[in-house]
Design a protein around this ligand. Sequence first.
Ligand code: MFU
Ligand code: CA
Length: 248
Amino acid sequence: MRIYFIAIIAVLTADASSEASDNRELCKYIVETDYSLQQSCEELRQLESTCGRYCFKVVKPILEHTRALQKQVDLNETRQKSESINKLENIERLLHEKFDRLEKQTKQNLEDANNARKCDDMGLFDKIGDKYYYIDTVTRLNWFEAAHRCHELGGHLANLQTRAEFDAVEMHLISTSYWLDINDLGEEGEFYSLATGRKATFFKWYPGEPNNVGDNEDCVQIRKVDEVYALNDVDCNIKFNYICEKQR
Ligand code: MFU
Ligand code: CA
């Protein structure tokens, strides 16, 4: 805010000059009516000529007061400005904090949702022995589709590594055939686990298996013959049920 003391001076000057012209008018009148009063008229004229100095004397304290006021106003404005800046900086800090909290919370929510989804998928898997399996008895897929499905469920085709694991799973089987993760797609007669990428460690073949009938049997199923489950190599493109496995 600016205090317009120039305007005040202008007003005062205007007042002073109108007062002077009043004096002049008064003098004219006095001179015309009573000559004896001519002296006091002269005084008035002198007063008029000294009015500059007189006005300055009158205006000076006002000017000084105005300057002091202006200083105070400037000081106040500066203080108000720095208060406003402080407030804005505070708001900025609060917004930052709020945003950080929201960002953290969103990340946490996403993680929780993902974990919940994982737990849901785990719902398909049952603990059998020391591992978790999903034994599918409703969907028939070829070996590649079955491998993909297990992957979708967050697992892989079952990798039965020991007699104990084989026996535990066998207790839960109903269908005649299920895909396992063993295959010799890479090299005929070399059976690898898809899950580990290493040679399979445990086999319970039917007598006479693996026989690679038609030179076209590169995937391994667990199959029931005479109420006994055992391994057989078979065409990867045939559709069977499948067993998925998953780590917790
Ligand atoms: C056996 C298996 C084959 C196929 C066929 C129907 O061959 O070795 O993999 O399952 O039976 C005679
Ligand atoms: Ca076979």
